[in-house]
Ligand binder design. Sequence first.
Ligand code: ACO
Length: 768
Amino acid sequence: MADSAGIQQGSPAVGAAGLVPAAPGAAGSEGSGAAGGSARIAAKKAQLRSSPRPKKLEKLGVYSSCKAEGACKCNGWKSQNPPPTPPQTDQQCSIVNLQEPCRSCSHTLGDHVTHLENVSEEEMNRLLGIVLDVEYLYTCVHKEEDADTKQVYFSLFKLLRKSILEMGKPVLQVQESPPFEKPSIEQGVNNFVQYKFSHLPSKERLTIMELAKMFLNQINYWQLETPSQRRQRVPTDDVAGYKVNYTRWLSYCNVPQFCDSLPRYETTQIFGRTLLRSVFTVMRKQLLEQARQEKDKLPPEKRTLILTHFPKFLSMLEEEVYSHSSPIWSQEFMVGATGGQIPIHTVISAPPVARPIYYSTSPVSVDQSTCGSPARKLASVLESNPVGEKRKASEPLHHEENKRPKVVGDIPMDLINEVMATISDPATIPETSLLSAHSARDEAARLEERRGVIEFHVIGNSLNQKPNKRILMWLVGLQNVFSHQLPRMPKEYITRLVFDPKHKTLSLIKDGRVIGGICFRMFPSQGFTEIVFCAVTSNEQVKGYGTHLMNHLKEYHIKHEILNFLTYADEYAIGYFKKQGFSKDIKVPKAKYVGYIKDYEGATLMGCELNPSIPYTEFSVIIKKQKEIIKKLIERKQAQIRKVYPGLSCFKDGVRQIPIESIPGIRETGWKPAGKSHQNAWPFMEPVKKTEAPGYYQVIRFPMDLKTMSERLKSRYYTTRKLFMADMQRIFTNCREYNAPESEYYKCANILEKFFYTKIKEAGLIEK
Ligand code: ACO
């Protein structure tokens, strides 16, 4: 992670903790800050708009080339009595005569403004707006001390000046045009909310969205440090890259806040993760610092939100911002059908007024009396406060269609949203029914974690740090749990590994005591982690703790970018590991783990491949919600069809089997025949092509494939079951002979073979 040191914000206009936006560097000269500067320009523009036409012509003449015959080169009328520098709009001074000669070319003011004769008042006002921006930038160029910033002001000044001369619209030509990175910061934060909080009841989700909006607003008014300040603070950083973004930010976001003749964009909409990474750590630190300093001034109803939830929100977001594998920055990030996501938009807003940041979002009532874990606090806060109602459904938030490609059979998002609104929130379901026979195994554990009854910590011994007493106590506790639950393991061996600095243990703590854990060793270079011991104390087993532990371990590894687990499972524990997604079909190539993982006699090697897009600790809630949505969709479909067909009578007449599609009414339900071939059959569909598999026909003497088999079937070659089975088996054997065990083909052969024999057994063609 970068950016840990504190910084001095560049411009004097940056407020106490860098939270009030600054006008371009000259703000100090303009008075008390950005908002004032911007308001003053706006007032001057209004004043000029209402002035008489000759006054407007005089002002524009200063920036217009001379049109006198004889190809005069003068590019702006200059008064004989020069105005103070910088030029000022002074309504009190007398209006000059159109006949007054130019100090530079001696042609009259009228010669400089002939092109404006038939120009509408509206166009005049637009050009005058640019003039005032030019004058403001002129001041900025002169006052600015930072070379990079000065250069940008100057190029914007030149651009605006040119657009007055040409009566055109200012078009920035800073390398490429926005957006500069996708997904944008705004989209990334939306994805983050979706990724981490979509399972929450809607009221809690609204609070999270409130925090997200607050955060996005902060970025939009955040004053970036100059490249030279950055170079000093983070010498190892890619300052050239930063400078490119800084220039873009000044040109497209910052300066246009004050010079409104320039097109303005929001930082969160045109920049992505790169810019966010360069500001996040410092910004987070300053925001939290300011919150602490101003805590007594915060309105009581905002305190919990800002002092408790916002820091947690920022910490969680920070992990995703700096992680290399976070899915929230993927262009393919899918808004799951469960989410019913309400995108958080930042709206181009009026120039900010100087005010503390926290009052910028809609009011949220917060109950301060709550205690427990942050998540629990959030829950109780929301239970006791009608946040959702107060926000008037959070305008301007609105639904957005999924970004993923459409697939045949996709259900329209509108319908999903409609159904989403009718399904019960987990928060409104009484706990007893949440923990019914149908609830997920980890549901109770998740609830306990929310209430603060249990905690999860990854701990380990360290040779570099002074031992922490509490951690040592927990390690001893783990050693006890493991040795009781794994009686076949020598106690000394358990002690050695639990206290070995290379091993870590995810420990489950209840009432301050260790009641379970998973001891593991990470092999980042080999791309896997070995699970060494896994146990939950006897009286706490089968309560979902084992599942929740494993889910936390999965999330921990996704954060650390290791996506494979390997373990030698004890024969009694195979069932548990299977339920956690482990299988005997190992995905890690053998060469990667042989010699690294410890071999245990009598145990079975099992592996689990992690999917970084899955929030494992919330997965069962998401699935549950999806199931409910599907149930509702089916109910709706049934209500629409409402037709009862008479039962099938063909079986009474001796028919043994009919095609599914011939059942009356089946197609009306939306049923479609499944794809013809198994998803792992693709390598075997046709004879292997020589060009694609060099030397194949030298190695494989009796090739076989599914196309040849169907031709043989049609030509009635298969007179016995044995012939058919032999050809099928040949496909699998050939494949395994020619291909390496790690190859996709080899794996397909194994999977299809398994499928084939299951089907054959089901059909009674071979004995079970
Ligand atoms: N065999 C088959 N299924 C099991 C086993 C088992 N030994 N233990 C738990 N399960 C099932 C549960 O019934 C539950 O299934 P369900 O969701 O369909 O109801 C599921 O696995 C998960 O149950 P949890 O309550 O989440 O798990 P629990 O808290 O009981 O912890 C654990 C499981 C760690 C295996 C615990 O039972 C235990 O400590 N056992 C003794 C020690 C042990 O065998 N450890 C593994 C040795 S291998 C190794 O350490 C690498």
